[in-house]
Ligand binder design. Structure first.
Ligand code: NCD
Ligand code: ZN
Ligand code: ZN
Ligand code: ZN
Length: 358
């Protein structure tokens, strides 16, 4: 069976839960899951416990990552209502600044417009600034970025109206980029009904078929720059409990789900490379990973079983889905890191991605 070769995939949106909730995921388990899914570089979100919002938390995370990561990585700093001036000093060591404009998992939501404006002005224009922005917050983020003469990246866009605003902003020449997730491309509220309410919880929420169609159209027409998993690991017991946290694990299913999408939604290999490698590398200024590649068995059939994940989050909203196409092997900087279902990379073999100067 002939294999497809991809460059190492880049996931610009993953949650490792280290420090604070390593029973959900840690730097070792999350980066092992990344390799199993074909990702050789992950960018980790700051909504840990404590969150990554200052130099102390940055140094803790970088030390943990250096000792434990199986794939290459970068980390984001998180904006708070009070740290706009101070957090900007972390820019050289981080892949970008993350601002949470809407309610979601963690304590990093910024409600104050002044704080949001201050972050947009203070964060270096040469480093990415990412927003969890839904609804009216999409145009708010885009306008504030424009006023600050900087770019903005909108995370996990999920609705037709948001895509329409991003498309219009791009047509105006504004420096806006965006990502969508496999789950917003492949699941709607109708699918949520088949999951329990807790398991269907995710931010942004699953939407309707019209939103889903708009996302696919935007992917096909190039309005969407990246596909990112928003790998948000929580335990099945937590998802089934009284206060289910939002989020789905996604690292180990993303590529196979996209390869398995029925026509006309199936993306070409060239489109997948652009969405999962070339565009994120460009937006985040990531260095080339020499001798790094992923080989996929395009005909291999398998069933999604969360229990088999390397992630500690051993469940999936795609449980039981029959997929065609699976990662066979991953080579990271000349070393075979994953092959035939086996993790080969040692903890600590992942490296901090060297970022361009600020
Ligand atoms: C994310 C998490 O669990 O950290 N949850 C989610 O539903 N997407 C937070 C986020 O990305 O908004
Ligand atoms: Zn989010
Ligand atoms: Zn997220
Ligand atoms: Zn083999």
């Amino acid at each position: 069976m002939s294999r497809l070769r991809f460059p190492g995939l880049i996931d610009a949106h993953v949650h490792l839960r280290d420090p604070g909730a390593t029973h959900k995921e840690d730097w070792s388990s999350g980066t092992a899951a990344a390799l199993a899914g074909g990702f050789t570089c992950v960018l980790a979100m700051p909504n840990t416990q404590p969150p990554l919002t200052d130099n102390t938390s940055l140094q803790t995370t970088l030390a943990t990552a250096a000792a434990n990561a199986h794939c290459d990585y970068g980390v984001y700093a998180g904006g708070t209502e009070l740290n706009a001036a101070a957090v900007a000093a972390l820019a050289p060591h981080t892949a970008g600044l993350k601002l949470y404009l809407n309610e979601t998992y963690g304590q990093l939501r910024i409600e104050d417009l002044g704080a949001l404006h201050a972050h947009m002005q203070a964060w270096p224009a040469t480093r990415p600034l990412l927003c969890h922005a839904e609804g009216h917050n999409v145009p708010a983020a885009i306008l504030l970025a424009m006023l600050a003469k900087r770019s903005v990246h909108i995370c996990h866009v999920s609705r037709a109206a948001e895509i329409a605003v991003i498309r219009a902003a791009k047509a105006r020449g504004l420096a806006v980029t965006c990502e969508v997730t496999p789950h917003h491309l492949l699941l709607t509220q109708a699918d949520a009904a088949a999951l329990s309410p807790g398991r269907a919880e995710v931010r942004p929420a699953l939407n309707n078929a019209a939103d889903q169609a708009a996302l696919w159209e935007a992917v096909q027409s190039g309005v969407v720059d990246c596909i990112a998993t928003d790998h948000a690991p929580h335990l099945p017991a937590e998802k089934d409990g009284p206060q289910p946290p939002p989020g789905f694990p996604g690292l180990e299913t993303a590529l196979a789900l996209l390869l398995s999408a029925p026509t006309p939604r199936r993306l070409s290999q060239a489109q997948l490379v652009a969405l999962l490698h070339t565009n994120p590398a460009r937006i985040f200024g990531l260095p080339a990973q020499p001798d790094t590649w992923v080989e996929v068995d395009p005909q291999q059939k398998w069933e999604v079983r969360g229990a088999d994940f390397l992630s500690r989050s051993k469940w999936s909203p795609f449980e039981g889905w029959q997929l065609t196409g699976r990662v066979h092997s991953v080579c990271l900087r000349g070393q075979l890191a994953f092959a035939d279902g086996q993790l080969l990379a040692k903890p600590g073999s992942g490296r901090l991605a060297a970022l361009p100067p600020v």
